[in-house]
Ligand binder design. Structure first.
Ligand code: FE2
Length: 285
C-alpha cells in the first residue's frame, strides 16, 4: 500500500489542487488521507472542504478545524510575538465568519485519529496511525528536534510499537525518523509551508509486507502569487501573502515596537527552538 498524506492545507485551494493533480499523475498512490488544519489563513476554506468531500478524502481534525467548528475563542495556534498573535486572531475571526454552516458541521465531525491496517485487519500486520499533532493533543508541536524519549512516549500513547507508523503534521515542516522500530512521519504542509520552500508539500508512505516503511517527501509548484493575491482580495492580512511567497518567512509579521523587532519572529526559529516541550502550553495566556 502506498499512501499520500496531505496536511495543513489552510484554505489554500491552488496548492491543494496542484498536489492532487500531482498525485493523480503519478498513478501509484492507493489512498489519500488528510491530517487536518484544512482552514485558516487562506482564502478558500469552503472550497477546500468541498474539494476533499468531492474526492472522498478522509482524514483527521486539526486544531484549526475543531476550534472553528466549536466556536472556540482561539485557533489553538502558538504565537511568539504580540504582532503574530494579532494576525492569528484576525485569521481566526475571518475564518470563523467565512466557513459555511455545513462546512462547520463537517469540520466538527472529523475524527481525532485514524488507524490504518495496510495489509488488512485479518493479519497481525503493522498499524499506521494518523493524528494532527500528537495522540492526545492537537496543541503540541512535534518538531524534528524532539528527543527519542518524547517520540517513544508519543508512540506508547498511541499504542504503537515496533513496525508501526505514527503520522502527524501541525508544524508545517516535513521530517521523518525511526525510533524504537516505530517510524515517525511529519508530513509537512500543503498550503502553508514553513521550511523556506514555497512549494506545496506532502508525504508518501509505502508499506510492503516484510519491509521497513519507506517515507518520501514531495514538493509541487503551484500558483503562489494567485494564493497570495487572493489573501488580500479576501480581506485577510497581507502578511499571509508574504508568508506564502517566502515559504514561511514573514518579516512584516514582526512586532512593531523596538522590543518586538529584536525578537523578529521567523517561523524557523519556532522550529529550531529546543525549549518547546510537551508540557508547555501551546496557547499563550
Ligand atoms: Fe496548521
Amino acid at each position: 500500500m502506498r499512501y499520500a498524506l496531505i496536511s495543513d492545507i489552510h484554505g489554500n485551494l491552488p496548492s491543494l489542487d496542484a498536489v492532487l493533480a500531482g498525485i493523480d499523475q503519478r498513478d501509484d498512490i492507493d489512498a489519500i488521507y488528510h491530517l487536518g488544519d484544512l482552514v485558516g489563513y487562506g482564502a478558500w476554506p469552503n472550497e477546500v472542504i468541498d474539494r476533499l468531500t468531492q474526492r472522498g478524502i478522509a482524514g483527521v481534525a486539526g486544531n484549526y478545524d475543531s476550534t472553528v467548528a466549536h466556536g472556540y475563542q482561539h485557533c489553538g495556534c502558538r504565537s511568539e510575538s504580540a504582532r503574530q498573535e494579532e494576525l492569528a486572531r484576525e485569521s481566526f475571526t475571518w475564518t470563523r465568519a467565512a466557513v459555511s454552516e455545513s462546512g462547520r458541521r463537517w469540520l466538527g465531525g472529523l475524527p481525532f485519529r485514524i488507524d490504518l491496517k495496510p495489509f488488512g485487519g485479518h493479519v497481525a500486520g503493522p498499524t499506521v496511525t494518523l493524528v494532527h499533532a500528537t495522540p492526545n493533543s492537537n496543541l503540541v508541536y512535534v518538531t524534528a528536534d524532539r528527543t527519542d524519549d518524547f517520540l517513544l512516549k508519543m508512540a506508547a500513547q498511541a499504542g504503537r510499537s515496533e513496525g508501526d507508523v505514527l503520522c502527524f503534521g501541525h508544524t508545517h515542516v516535513p521530517w521523518s525518523r525511526v525510533v524504537g522500530g516505530v517510524t515517525f512521519v511529519n508530513t509537512g504542509s500543503v498550503g502553508r509551508p514553513k521550511d523556506g520552500d514555497a512549494r506545496a508539500g506532502y508525504a508518501v508512505l509505502e508499506m510492503s509486507p516484510g519491509s521497513t516503511p519507506v517515507v518520501t517527501f514531495e514538493r509541487v509548484a503551484y500558483d503562489v502569487e494567485l494564493a497570495a493575491r487572493q489573501v488580500v482580495e479576501a480581506g485577510l492580512p497581507e502578511q499571509f501573502g508574504e508568508f506564502l511567497r517566502r515559504g514561511g518567512r514573514c518579516d512584516s509579521c514582526m512586532d512593531r515596537d523596538a522590543r518586538g523587532r529584536r525578537a523578529i519572529q521567523t517561523v524557523f526559529r519556532e522550529h529550531r527552538s529546543a525549549s518547546l516541550t510537551a508540557s508547555k502550553p501551546a496557547i499563550p495566556s
